[in-house]
Design a binder for this molecule. Structure first.
Ligand SMILES: [Zn+2]
Length: 486
């Protein structure tokens, strides 16, 4: 097999970084048609080139050179330029960038598959590329060359070749600085709305100078999203559960609509709107939490959670007395737990902390996933052999410390911060305990959590939680420290 693409990685100059800026577009009905046409062209050429490569692999088409199937970008581009008049006589209606992005997607898909199979690509195993269908693929295309981008003197608009000036909902001249270099512009449709994403090379932001102290974060999925070592508790608004009934009803309604009908189309939009609502609410809260953490603390400790393993379905339990019959395995309860774990979005919180720490100058310490943060006593270091999930209070048998379970775990994560110490770029940074860097934890809490002392945590809520209908303003997060000073 050939077609191994050379790494087309962009090398950012020192002191600069790449940034993505997403804005919602406000196209006119005519422009909507053109956008859909471009996205359709990208999909068409992807599918055509896919068939071409499959025929090469099956030996149905003569391949030049060494006789191996070739999915490299130059080969695909050559093939398309030779056949475009025959396959798509209408090709000139769309920008050539639409076809290029379709071919690029296919070339990447094949090269990722083979790299993943040969162990040259990290991460989860990549599957065999599949054709794109009109109704089950995301309409998108990318401009990398040509006169796309901002328009001088026009604050809220983008220039898209072949489509023209497209109005957008945000002031781009505030988001993109004059010294920034726009490398690419991708357009995609999400929940029936069109978005443009600019890939921008920009100056590294200056580190936040007010960072101080260290914090450990214990992620939860029940009534709270997270607990920090200095007593901050973020309540879980359970966005998915709140809309779940409505969503289920809408999806049930959708299942009864005739395929291809107008009513089905309308119902698809309704379901999509509900899903968009949940996604936006989740994303909003996560951004607020991670921004507050990354711009307040110098050292942040989090656990390296195996979310995929945690949300796995339980194994079926076969009845030993009655083969081919199964015993209850608590699948329903596990499925509920999985949903709430995924609703919080542990992985996304970690991803956002990584890049936000990188820009703010904070150091993120990822604690080994096997470290028993919940079972260890934060007072004397004694490790319990067993601690069931429903035991929400940690009681130490050796020193008598009584603490809420999550707070105890968060304090431990703050204390340990050692194995392995990774910063936001995945490099090992420092060794040793985190605590000497900041104030010692007990001094922040004059009420040392011994028996008899009440646990005082500041519970922050999104305002939308208490008044979902009345309050339209987004909730503001207040850290416990800020509250104390107020
Ligand atoms: Zn103890």
């Amino acid at each position: 097999m050939s077609g191994e693409n050379k790494k087309r990685r962009y090398h950012t100059p020192p002191g600069r970084m790449l940034k993505g800026i997403q804005v919602r577009l406000d196209p006119t009905p005519r422009q909507m048609g053109l956008l859909a046409s471009h996205a359709g062209a990208a999909r068409f050429v992807y599918n055509m080139a896919y068939s071409h490569i499959i025929s090469q692999l099956h030996g149905l088409v003569r391949v030049n050179g060494d006789g191996k199937a070739d999915w490299s970008m130059p080969a695909l581009r050559r093939w398309w330029n030779e056949w475009k008049h025959e396959l798509a006589p209408w090709w000139a209606e769309n920008s050539k960038e639409a076809y290029t992005s379709g071919l690029q997607a296919l070339s990447d898909a094949f090269s990722n598959y083979f790299k993943s199979r040969n162990g040259q690509r990290k991460g989860e195993r990549v599957g065999w590329p599949r054709r794109k269908t009109k109704h089950h693929s995301i309409p998108k295309f990318t401009y990398t060359t040509g006169s796309f981008g901002l328009i001088d003197g026009d604050m809220c608009a983008l220039r898209l070749p072949r489509i023209g000036r497209v109005h957008c909902f945000e002031n781009l001249h505030k988001l993109v600085q004059p010294a920034d270099k726009i490398l690419a512009l991708s357009v995609r449709q999400k929940h029936g709305k069109w978005y443009a994403t600019l890939r921008v090379e920009t100056d590294q932001p200056k580190p936040v100078s007010t960072l101080h102290g260290s914090i450990g974060i214990d992620l939860n999925c029940g009534d709270n999203i997270l607990t920090t070592s200095d007593g901050l508790v973020v309540a879980n608004p359970k966005y998915y559960q709140k809309t779940a009934r409505k969503l289920a009803r809408a999806q049930h309604c959708l299942a009864r609509k005739k395929p291809g009908s107008k009513r089905r189309e309308r119902q698809v939009r309704k379901v999509s709107r509900l899903q968009e609502k949940i996604a936006c609410q989740r994303s909003n809260l996560r951004h607020k939490i991670t921004h507050m953490l990354a711009t307040t603390y110098k050292h942040i400790g989090i656990e390296d959670l195996n979310v995929k393993g945690m949300t796995r379905r339980p194994q079926p339990k076969e009845n030993p007395d009655n083969p081919n019959h199964y015993l209850p395995n608590n699948a329903k309860a596990k499925s509920g737990l999985n949903k709430s774990i995924l609703d919080v979005g542990f992985g996304e919180i970690r991803r956002q902390l990584e890049y936000k720490c990188h820009t703010s100058g904070a150091i993120l310490h990822v604690i080994d996933r096997w470290y028993p943060s919940s079972k260890t006593c934060s007072g004397c270091g004694m490790v319990k052999t067993k601690l069931s999930l429903n035991q929400r209070t940690f009681i130490c048998d050796s020193c008598g410390l009584i603490l809420p379970r999550d707070l105890n775990a968060a304090i431990n994560i703050n204390h340990i911060g050692s194995t392995p110490m990774l910063n936001a770029r995945g490099e090992t940074h420092e060794t040793g305990s985190l605590t000497p860097v900041s104030e010692p934890v007990p001094s922040k809490h004059p009420t040392v959590y011994r028996e008899g002392n009440a646990y005082r945590a500041t519970r922050i809520r999104c305002k939308t939680r208490s008044h979902p209908s009345k309050n339209k303003t987004p909730g503001v997060l207040v850290s416990s420290q800020q509250k104390q000073t107020n």
